[in-house]
Design a protein around this ligand. Structure first.
Ligand SMILES: Cc1ncc(COP(=O)(O)O)c(C=O)c1O
Length: 354
C-alpha cells in the first residue's frame, strides 16, 4: 500500500510533564486516513495533519452506528526505540469486526502498515517516562450521506494517536467490582465479540450506576441467564480458584482480548490449567466463602492487568486475597509489561520494532 505523507507546518508543543498525561485527552500532530468507495475499494491512504473531519450530517455513522474501532499501544524501550505489541492481532480482530458490521475488510498488512507509518511520523510523541505509551486508536466510520439502514457505500478508516500516562502512576491497587444483574452487555448472535461503539454506548448506564454505588467497574454476566461471568468493564476477567485458572470462552458474547490471549499463553507455559468456559457467579461466590477464591484480575490494553480486591453480588461481598494483588496476577503484570516495554526478552515474537 502506498501512503502519501503530508507533514504539518504547525507542530503542537509536546507535553512538558509526562507524569500528568492522563489518558485520551491529547493527540499527536498527524492522523492516518484511507477512504473506501464502492466499486473502487480502499484507496487514497495518507498521513495528514491532525484535524477535525468534515462529514455530511446524513452520514450513516451518525444514525445507524455503522462504525467500529481498535485500541493498541506503541511503547518506548530503554534504548529509545519504539515497538508495537502483537499489532497483527488487532488487525485480525478489526477484520472480524468489519465482517460482522458488513464493512469491507482491510488487509492485515495494510492495517499494520498504517499504524506503523503513523507511529513513525509521530515518533517524537511516544513518551519516555516509565509506564507511559502512545495509545493508538484505529477506527472505521460509514460516511455515505443517506438515511436508510443498510451497508454504507463509503467509509473512512482513520488512525489517531494519543500520548498516555502510566496507568498505575500511584501503584497497583485492587479495585471493587459490582456484579451487574440488571443490564446486559451482550447476547448470543449480537455484537459482544466485536469492538463497535454501540456496545460501549449501551454499557454506560451500568458503569454510571456502579460509580454511584462506589465501585470502579461492573462485572457483566451472560445476557440469557445472568448467571455466568463474562467481562469486567472494558476488560476480560480471570479467576484463580483452588489452583486453577478460569476465564469466559470467547464464543460470541465476549471480546477476544489480545491481553487475554497473551495471559492464557503465558499461564499455560507456566504450567497452569486454564479453563475457558462457563463459570457461574454463584460458584465464584461459593469459592470465596470456602476460602478458595485466590485471585481475580481483569486484562486489557489500557491497564494490562487490573487486580480485583472485592466483588459484590446481590449484596454479598467476596474479598479476594485480603485486598492485595496476588502472586500470579503480579507475575503476569511484570512479564507482560516487561515484554511490552522491552525490559524482558521477547522470545515469542510478540513485539515489532518501528
Ligand atoms: C469489552 C472489552 N473487553 C476486553 C477488552 C480487552 O481487550 P484487549 O486485551 O485486546 O485490549 C477490551 C479492550 O479493548 C474491551 O473493550
Amino acid at each position: 500500500m502506498e501512503i502519501r505523507i503530508e507533514r504539518t507546518t504547525a507542530p503542537k508543543a509536546k507535553p512538558a510533564d509526562e507524569t500528568a498525561l492522563g489518558f485520551g485527552n491529547l493527540f499527536t500532530d498527524h492522523m492516518f486516513v484511507m477512504d473506501y468507495t464502492e466499486g473502487k475499494g480502499w484507496h487514497d491512504a495518507r498521513i495528514v495533519p491532525y484535524a477535525p473531519l468534515v462529514l455530511d450530517p446524513a452520514a450513516l455513522v451518525f444514525h445507524y452506528a455503522q462504525e467500529c474501532f481498535e485500541g493498541m499501544k506503541a511503547y518506548r524501550r530503554a534504548d529509545g526505540k519504539v515497538q508495537l505489541f502483537r499489532p497483527e492481532k488487532n488487525a485480525a480482530r478489526m477484520q472480524s469486526t468489519h465482517q460482522r458490521l458488513c464493512i469491507p475488510e482491510i488487509p492485515v498488512e495494510d492495517f499494520v502498515q498504517a499504524v506503523r507509518a503513523l507511529v513513525q511520523v509521530d515518533e517524537a510523541w511516544v513518551p519516555h517516562t516509565d509506564g507511559t505509551s502512545l495509545y493508538l486508536r484505529p477506527f472505521t466510520i460509514a460516511t455515505e450521506a443517506v438515511l436508510g439502514v443498510k451497508a454504507s457505500a463509503r467509509y473512512q478508516f482513520i488512525v489517531i494517536a494519543s500520548p498516555s500516562g502510566a496507568y498505575y502512576a500511584e501503584g497497583i491497587n485492587p479495585v471493587r467490582i459490582y456484579v451487574e444483574d440488571e443490564y446486559v452487555r451482550a447476547a448470543p448472535g449480537g455484537t459482544g465479540y466485536i469492538k463497535c461503539g454501540g456496545n460501549y454506548a449501551a454499557s454506560i448506564i451500568a458503569s454510571e450506576k456502579a460509580h454511584q454505588l462506589g465501585f470502579s467497574q461492573v462485572l457483566w454476566l451472560d445476557g440469557v441467564e445472568r448467571k455466568y461471568v463474562e467481562e469486567v468493564g472494558s476488560m476480560n476477567i480471570f479467576f484463580k480458584i483452588d489452583g486453577q485458572i478460569y476465564t469466559a470462552a470467547t464464543v460470541g458474547t465476549v471480546l477476544p482480548g489480545i491481553t487475554r490471549m497473551s495471559c492464557i499463553e503465558l499461564l499455560r507455559d507456566w504450567g497452569y490449567t486454564v479453563n475457558e468456559g462457563r463459570l457461574a457467579i454463584a460458584d465464584v461466590m461459593a469459592a470465596a466463602r470456602d476460602g478458595k477464591l485466590e485471585e481475580v484480575f481483569g486484562t486489557g490494553t489500557a491497564a494490562v492487568i487490573s487486580p480485583v480486591g472485592e466483588l459484590v453480588y446481590e449484596g454479598e461481598s467476596a474479598h479476594i486475597n485480603g485486598g492485595q494483588i496476588g502472586p500470579v496476577t503480579q507475575k503476569l503484570y511484570d512479564t507482560l509489561t516487561g515484554i511490552q516495554w522491552g525490559r524482558l526478552p521477547d522470545d515469542r515474537g510478540w513485539t515489532q520494532e518501528i
